[in-house]
Ligand binder design. Structure first.
Ligand code: SF4
Length: 234
């Protein structure tokens, strides 16, 4: 585990290593694999790294699987082991992000109750991921990461969604064509549903958004958390 620059997490934990098969054009992790000539590495479970959260007693918000898609078919079976460790670490909160929430139900039963499970949406034709996310049982928080937002998303049902994160394409991934209006529209939609919004710092570069910045966190589902704690106390 190591410290992360992801603003809403403290640590990154990557117990599944290897080149992510999803191959998003903007992926920083794939670029690193190419730079270090590790492109022949198929996904595998790093058993030493798997136990890392168990060694840390102090509670932390840990982003898991930041360099690979956790529900891709060649990866998802390893997630059973990752979930087992998460269940044993009730002191921590684990964030997890997927682009393929629809794969979950064929391979896994439910997430541990200390998981904040999110899906990435970068354009309008991906909004069905929010509906698949709602069908997954277990997480204390269901959230959507609109990062990098590549096109306007003007219509999305946020019922059952607890948190929205948004950001633009930045850094080595190019500056991207993001327009302030895309984010303002999403904020209006989130406000309409009463969903808290976390705007990444990279949005401060868009002058129209600078004064509208907010970084709000969700309230975890206490019923889910209580069930999780009770199940661990038996
Ligand atoms: S799913 Fe995530 S880790 Fe995989 S290629 Fe896309 S951005 Fe990279």
């Amino acid at each position: 585990m190591q410290r992360t620059k992801i603003e809403y997490a403290e640590l990154a934990w990557n117990p599944i290593k290897g080149l992510c098969p999803v191959a998003c054009s903007y992926c920083y992790a794939r670029r690193l694999y190419h730079r270090f000539n590790l492109v022949d590495k198929d996904p595998y479970l790093d058993e030493k790294e798997l136990g890392a959260p168990l060694k840390r007693r102090k509670p932390a918000r840990i982003f898991a699987c930041t360099t690979i898609e956790p529900f891709e078919l060649s990866v998802i079976n390893y997630m059973k082991h990752v979930f087992d460790v998460m269940r044993c670490c009730s002191q921590h909160t684990f964030l997890l992000l997927t682009k393929i929430p629809g794969n979950f139900k064929d391979f896994l039963k439910e997430t541990p109750g200390n998981v904040w499970l999110g899906t990435t949406i970068t354009r309008q034709n991906e909004v069905d991921r929010a509906y698949r996310l709602r069908e997954i049982p277990g997480p204390a928080v269901r959230w959507i990461s609109f990062e990098p937002l590549l096109e306007p998303v003007w219509k999305i049902d946020l019922k059952g969604i607890d948190w929205v994160v948004m950001g633009r394409l930045t850094g080595g991934r190019g500056t991207g064509p993001a327009k302030p209006r895309w984010f303002e529209e999403l904020i209006e939609i989130a406000d309409g549903y009463g969903v808290p919004v976390f705007m990444k710092n990279n949005l401060k570069a868009l002058p129209d958004l600078r004064r509208k910045m907010r970084q709000t966190y969700p309230t975890p589902n206490f019923g889910t958390l209580a069930r999780f704690v009770r199940s661990r106390c038996r």
